[in-house]
Every structure is written in structure tokens, then in C-alpha cells.
Design a binder for this molecule. Structure first.
Ligand code: ZN
Length: 134
């Protein structure tokens, strides 16, 4: 398992971590396989989405905020909105590795989603090599 660090600067934001993951995969030396990407936090998430137009990130953050139900949250910490969105978006991804890098679509990037920042966060990567004959 490889741990990478992510520092958020806002309450809610999307931070692209594709290049950080590729750098970690270089160090791991895996040519082909899959990479499990896991966010070990209850007020954050991991998603894949467009990394070309920053308006998409802006639109997603706005749209996710609209998903929040108009209910009273009991959790005393006051951040149940973040817990809710973390559960909806999910903590993990599984991405193919080809020639030592994440094999993503042309416009795709891997994003850490901060939902209760700013905080110092971690992401755990578990790269798994494919069998040589695959
Ligand atoms: Zn909480």
C-alpha cells in the first residue's frame, strides 16, 4: 500500500491527484494491472471526472450541494452534510494501469473530493500487478 498526502484549502473542493498517483506508480514499478484508490476519511471522497474545463469542477460542487436534503441532522459535530456527500460519492475507485500509468479516458482525471476542509488528508493506493500472460 502506498500513501499519498493531500492538503485541501477550502471547505468543499475537488483536487486532481492523477499526477501524484502516476508518480507513486512509477516508484512501485508496476507495468500493467489495476490500482485501487481509497480515501480513508468519512468527510471526503474519490471520483473520476473531466479535468480539462475547470467549470465542470465548479458545476459538480454546486450540483452536489443541491443534493443535500432539507432535514435536521443530529450529529453534534455539525458536518453531517459532509458525511452525507461522502457516502453518496464513495471512498474508492479501481482504475486500470497500462505501461506504468493510470489508463484513463482522454478527458478523465482522478479527483480527491474535500467535503469538510481545509484539512490534511491521505489517499491509500494499492496497485496490483496483472499476471504476465494477461
Ligand atoms: Zn462528523
Amino acid at each position: 500500500m502506498i500513501e499519498i498526502a493531500v492538503q485541501s484549502h477550502h471547505r468543499r473542493e475537488m483536487i486532481e491527484i492523477t499526477s501524484q498517483i502516476n508518480a507513486a506508480l512509477d516508484a512501485a514499478g508496476i507495468e500493467d494491472g489495476v490500482c485501487h484508490i481509497f480515501v480513508p476519511h468519512t468527510t471526503a471522497a474519490a471520483v473520476i471526472n473531466e479535468n480539462a474545463d475547470p467549470d465542470v469542477v465548479h458545476d459538480l460542487l454546486n450540483a452536489w450541494a443541491k443534493l443535500l436534503p432539507p432535514i435536521h441532522f443530529a450529529h453534534a459535530e455539525g458536518n453531517s452534510d459532509a458525511h452525507f456527500l461522502s457516502s453518496v460519492l464513495g471512498p474508492s475507485l479501481l482504475v486500470p494501469i497500462v505501461r506504468g500509468r493510470l489508463h484513463l479516458g482522454t478527458w478523465q482525471g482522478v479527483f480527491f473530493v474535500e467535503l469538510d476542509g481545509p484539512r490534511s488528508r491521505r489517499v491509500w493506493l494499492t496497485p496490483v500487478a496483472a499476471r504476465p500472460e494477461i
